[in-house]
Design a protein around this ligand. Structure first.
Ligand code: GTP
Ligand code: MG
Length: 387
């Protein structure tokens, strides 16, 4: 194909469907030469088949006159065509490669959507919310994003633009930032680390919470050396559960592999949303402080309640359970959601849901003059060059 015949590079294509094998795989071509590109690769069976918006054509995908597959081409908009082939990744990749040879730029589907949303949405907040909806880790998160477009953040910012009362903006922005911390949990999921002395039942608890035998359990202290991770749902939340090596002061000082394991546990204690501090109620009580910054919320879990009932099953600072028998697990789960403040999360309240929005809101909180605040609000509505 000569240079002149090539499609302009603002014409993009992406695989719109998932990466694995499926009944159907869809490739999207969008841009000024979408039709030209599609016609190079797709030959309708009917010679009178017309390429027009709303029309679906049945035909063959071709590469160098070789038939790749049979499928459908649908013109979704003037400059957008969806090509539906069979969902074999090999076929899809070959179609994409052939499109690339016509000058079309191949992009990821998120990049494609970002461009579409930025031109179709009324502002950047809406464009970002629509994109984040694809990634939200919970349905509550999807609702939260939806509300930021239909009211929520957008509405508040418009009101601030009209009436830039610095003091009330500051206090409202602070409240939004606070709420956004919880929104983040709902949108992205949380990491919960299970820590405590050796043999207290941490791995048994991980297996119980994850609903599968992920970690090795034994009555030999020090069974878990390296972290074990399991993913699952807790109420509306997506959770990464992490089981760790039992904390041991001596091992932490030893010059062995164990020391590395101890170090990794300590690092994890500062890189999570919640720590479950698991103690064995039947063993002499562990009184050491957890080696944390103190900034991460911690819930003490008194395990092996079936062996020793000296504690009330649900006191203010701890929950008594039996990980082995699954006793009192509901209370434990409720307490986790309460501590993470997810149980009362209101998705209709204004929330910032990207780092960019959070940074700008923080600047608003420390900005003193109304004009400066207005400029920051305008930035929230407009796409930065780099995003
Ligand atoms: N009776 C009783 N035994 C339990 C309970 N939870 C765990 N165990 C037992 O306690 C022992 C240690 O359990 P693990 O889950 O391996 O303990 P761990 O804290 O992961 O231990 P390390 O990996 O060595 O730090 C095993 O024999 C478990 O069956 C419980 O709720 N009740
Ligand atoms: Mg273990």
């Amino acid at each position: 194909m000569s240079e002149k015949e090539l499609c302009r590079s603002e014409t993009w294509a992406c695989i719109r469907t998932g990466a694995g094998t499926a009944a159907i795989g869809t490739i999207e071509v969008e841009g000024p030469d979408a039709l030209k590109a599609a016609q190079r690769i797709f030959l309708p069976f009917r010679q009178d088949g017309e390429w027009k918006v709303g029309q679906i054509l049945h035909g063959r995908f071709l590469a160098d006159s070789r038939v790749l597959d049979e499928g459908l081409a649908a013109m979704e908009a003037e400059n957008r065509i969806a090509l539906h082939a069979h969902g074999n990744p090999l076929i899809l990749r070959q179609i994409v490669k052939t499109l690339q040879n016509t000058g079309v730029q191949i992009v990821g589907f998120e990049q494609m959507l970002r461009r579409r949303f930025q031109s179709a949405c009324s502002d950047f907040i809406e464009a970002q919310a629509r994109l984040e909806m694809l990634r939200a880790a919970s349905f509550l998160g999807v609702q939260c994003l939806h509300h930021q477009i239909t009211g929520g953040l957008t509405e508040v910012l418009r009101r601030w633009m009209k009436r830039p009362d610095v003091q009330s903006i500051h206090s409202e922005a602070e409240a939004i930032l606070q709420h956004s911390r919880i929104a983040r949990r709902v949108l992205q999921g949380v990491r919960i680390v299970i820590a405590g002395p050796p043999n207290s039942g941490k791995s048994t608890l991980l297996n119980r919470l994850a609903g599968q035998e992920r970690a090795l359990v034994s009555d030999i202290p020090g069974t878990t050396r390296d972290r074990v991770t399991a993913f699952g749902r807790l109420g509306p939340l997506w959770v990464e559960w992490v089981d760790t090596a039992g904390l041991d002061e001596e091992l932490a000082r030893a010059d062995t592999l164990e020391q590395i394991a101890q170090q990794r546990t300590r690092e994890l204690l500062n890189r999570c949303d919640l720590i479950l501090y698991v103690l064995d109620t039947a063993a002499p009580l562990w009184t050491r402080q957890l080696p944390t910054s103190g900034l991460i919320p911690t819930l003490t879990v008194l395990n092996k309640y079936d062996l020793s009932k000296i504690f009330s099953p649900n006191n203010r600072n701890a929950v008594a359970i039996s990980a082995l028998h699954g006793t009192n697990m509901e209370t434990l789960c409720e307490r986790i959601l309460r501590i993470l403040q997810v149980d009362t999360f209101d998705p209709t309240r204004p929330a910032a849901f990207t780092d960019w929005q959070i940074q700008l809101l923080q600047k608003i909180v420390s900005a003193d003059d109304p004009d400066g605040i207005k400029t920051l609000i305008q930035q929230l509505f407009k796409a930065p060059q780099t995003v």
